[in-house]
Design a binder for this molecule. Structure first.
Ligand code: ATP
Length: 214
């Protein structure tokens, strides 16, 4: 059987245990050979001041180092410009071959925004989509996604066949942690211990990141 690889994109500004615990749980549930965290490039005006893309990447590398099957994939940061997910998928497919099963992890909010994505109707040619759904979220999918959901949803997320093409929902209770909250705490000079891995905490302090400007 081909490899099973999960893909989890984000700004990771900074990476925190909400990302990591969620990623690990899905990776175990689906028996992924790898789950790649893919830090995204941002337009320069949307970067957090004083925290570069290279530093966001280093923090993700520190966080997942030695934790199987989590990996880091830096292809979006190597490009000159913020990249479309479809291009990331095309580049992964070109590298990994046609047989690998690819699973793109998306939060429910991101999934609902899919119709605004560049070439969004082509995404399922390259991957399955796993929608991470919270048990308490009950909003309806936008009209533009209804036909797609009707045609491509699998009832049992464990039953997805082939390298790409289906959508499944994964129910997970996320930890109520966000990078926004972490940046806010750091700006206020408060501790983020136990919200990020110790290695990430040490990096943040060593490089004086996310502090309020003097
Ligand atoms: P910010 O607060 O800066 O918007 P964030 O914490 O939401 O950041 P992102 O880097 O934007 O983190 O998110 C990357 C991915 O991780 C998204 O798909 C998002 O839904 C998911 N995610 C973020 N926080 C959690 C969490 N606590 N548990 C599970 N998944 C999360």
């Amino acid at each position: 059987m081909g490899k099973r690889i999960g893909l989890f994109g984000g700004t990771f500004d900074p990476v925190h245990i909400g990302h990591l615990r969620g990623a690990l749980e899905v990776a175990e549930q689906f028996g992924f050979d790898e789950l790649r965290l893919i830090p995204s490039a941002r337009p320069p005006h949307r970067e957090t001041p004083q925290v570069s893309a290279a530093q966001r990447l280093e923090m993700v590398q520190l966080a997942v180092g030695g934790v199987d099957p989590l990996r880091v994939d830096d292809r979006e940061l190597k490009r000159e410009r913020p990249s479309w997910t479809i291009e990331t998928l095309e580049s992964l497919r070109a590298e990994l071959g046609a047989d690998v099963q690819l699973f793109l992890l998306l939060g429910w909010d991101a999934f609902c925004g899919l119709p605004g994505w560049h070439r969004w109707t082509e995404l399922l040619e390259h991957c399955h989509i796993l929608v991470l759904q919270r048990p308490d979220a009950d909003s309806e999918a936008p009209e533009a996604l209804r036909d797609l959901l009707a045609a491509r949803s699998a009832v049992d997320p464990m039953s997805l066949q082939g390298p790409a093409g289906q959508i499944a929902f994964v129910w997970q209770t996320p930890l109520a942690i966000s990078a926004t909250q972490i940046r806010q705490l750091l700006r206020e000079g408060r501790s983020v211990r136990f919200l990020v891995p110790d290695a990430v905490l040490a990096y943040i302090h060593a490089h004086d990141l996310y502090r309020a400007p003097n």
